[in-house]
Design a protein around this ligand. Structure first.
Ligand code: FEO
Length: 160
């Protein structure tokens, strides 16, 4: 397979595994602060990020590329407030979206149509992920000064 695309997909596998790690770290933060609904939401998010990494892993293998797993750096563990933690997730999703867009540009420039088509799934997925994180961030911001509001959101998130 195209060497530039292969390298970029391996870097994206790393970015998705880091997303998995960051989501777990946010889940641990919420668990430590007794917001179990938020923690539950982040654990499910972590599973989704793991699946995103594995989808690329499987695609590289299918195309005869070589998977190269890169070292994972430690994510942040502590945030100043629940809204800061959710904002970190939102900002990371925006970063991932920009990476996906760059990947689409690369695959298109390299005439790698199979990779371009595969990446369209990630483009749509990122729209959904950014929207979900954005809504949650703004809701948490709205109720931040009221423990009652925060607990209501926590209860709602436990049903995700
Ligand atoms: Fe897999 Fe949320 O980026």
């Amino acid at each position: 397979m195209n060497a530039k695309v292969e390298k970029a997909l391996n870097e994206q596998i790393h970015a998705e595994f880091f997303s998995f790690y960051l989501s777990l770290s946010v889940a641990a933060y919420f668990t430590a602060h007794h917001l179990d609904g938020f923690a539950h939401w982040m654990r499910i998010q972590a599973q989704e990020e793991f699946a995103h990494a594995m989808k690329l892993f499987d695609f590289l293998n299918e195309r005869g590329g070589t998977v190269e797993l890169l070292p994972l750096e430690a994510p942040t563990r502590e945030w100043a407030s629940p809204s800061d933690a959710v904002e970190a997730v939102l900002e990371h999703e925006k970063f991932i979206s920009s990476r996906i867009n760059d990947l689409v540009d690369l695959a298109t420039a390299e005439n790698d149509h199979a990779t371009t088509v595969m990446l369209h799934w990630y483009v749509s997925e990122q729209v959904e992920e950014e929207a979900t994180a954005d809504t949650l961030f703004h809701q948490v911001k709205m109720v931040e000064s009221s423990p009652h509001g925060l607990l209501m959101i926590d209860r709602e998130l436990s049903g995700r």
